[in-house]
Design a protein around this ligand. Structure first.
Ligand SMILES: Nc1ncnc2c1ncn2[C@@H]1O[C@H](COP(=O)(O)OP(=O)(O)O)[C@@H](O)[C@H]1O
Ligand SMILES: [Mg+2]
Length: 326
């Protein structure tokens, strides 16, 4: 059996460049050397590829059988990178162009989820230049979460409890995106759940995130070592069933085949679960929750990589069977 040539694309132009390096090292270390030849494609923070770039023309990358992109965030997880692989006619791990783009935009994702009947926290949209704190307080009250529409890692996100801090939070979020999402703040707990599959999707057992801070902010994610994880999450059987079903519903609604990590909020007062967001190229370091939740659910890290690659190839084959011209 000849080995499959896997192009691991990593680094990239987003604020999550460093995380991507760690994700890639874990993946490369665990890809079964009996099955795969690994080819590294590093993308610098400026967007330069080395040792060379993937070419957009079909057939122009004969050394690649399948791509494993692990470029988190902007220009990697938002459909742009996925567009390159589509042009190149290469199978690739993770969701396609549309699902990636929709999941990345917090407003569009929430609209699609709402339309599919998947519970998501009430929100408002404001634009840079048209920021209006009183309209927010009128409609949502306080406290609220203020977020740039298209970013990650909690960058530019603040919880506002007063009118003054709301004004500051709006200005801060508007630095990172001309579109700002404002949400009612949920008092409760936070969970994550991994989803895997193309047409047939399954959800892992969920974990709970305990940031031990006001919320799961940038410091809690990458700098401090205070966040505790409970895996499996301390939920009863009915709640576990609900969260796993909602995770698959959310991923289907956003059309995110391959893999996604779905993040939840559970409101203490009402017992209601809300889908907070769907991450289409979740962290993949040795301590990242996407692979950890699968490990706990019976799929070891290396086997998960095999499955993701098989799913990428199957999706590409299905796509090839589709006619694009009369
Ligand atoms: N409506 C909300 N209510 C309570 N906490 C929230 C809400 N929205 C976000 N958070 C907190 O902020 C964190 C970051 O928000 P999130 O939307 O996940 O942004 P990012 O895409 O940057 O991860 C969440 O993990 C959670 O701790
Ligand atoms: Mg998040």
């Amino acid at each position: 059996m000849s080995k499959l040539n896997v192009a691991v694309v990593y680094g990239g132009r987003s604020g999550e460049h460093e995380v991507s390096l760690r994700s890639a090292e874990s993946i490369i270390a665990k890809l079964n050397p009996d099955r795969y030849h690994v080819h590294r494609y590093f993308v610098s923070p400026e967007g330069k590829w080395s040792p060379k770039a993937i070419q957009p023309e079909p057939g122009a990358n004969p050394e690649i059988d399948v791509v494993f992109p692990i470029t988190h965030g902007t220009f990697g997880e938002d459909g742009t990178m996925q567009g390159l692989f589509e042009l190149a006619d290469l199978p690739y791990v993770g969701p396609g162009v549309m699902g990636s783009a929709v999941a990345m935009d917090k407003e569009v994702a929430k609209r699609v989820l709402r339309d599919a009947g998947v519970p998501t926290v009430d929100f408002l949209i404001q634009r840079r230049g048209g920021l209006n704190p009183d309209a927010i307080i009128d409609k949502l009250g306080l406290p609220v979460f203020v977020k740039p529409a298209n970013l990650g890692s909690s960058v530019g996100i603040n919880k506002a409890k007063t009118r003054e801090s709301l004004i500051a939070a709006l200005d801060e979020a508007a630095k990172y995106d001309s579109k700002v999402v404002i949400e009612r703040a949920i008092v409760g707990r936070e969970f994550e759940c991994s989803v895997l599959g193309n047409e047939d999707m399954s959800a892992s057992y969920p974990c709970e995130i305990l940031p031990e801070r006001e919320f799961y902010d940038y410091e809690a994610k990458y700098i401090l070592d205070t966040t505790r994880i409970e895996l499996p999450a301390n939920l009863d059987e009915a709640q576990t069933t609900t969260i796993r079903k909602l995770a698959v519903d959310a991923v289907r609604a956003l059309d995110c085949e391959g893999m996604s990590r779905v993040d939840f909020l559970l409101e203490t007062a009402t017992g209601q679960f809300y889908v907070n967001e769907v991450n289409t190229l979740p962290g993949f370091t040795s301590i990242s929750m996407y692979p950890k939740m699968w490990e706990h659910s019976g799929i070891a890290y290396a086997d998960l990589l095999d499955r993701l690659i098989d799913l990428a190839i199957a999706r590409h084959a299905r796509h090839k069977a589709t006619q694009f011209r009369r």
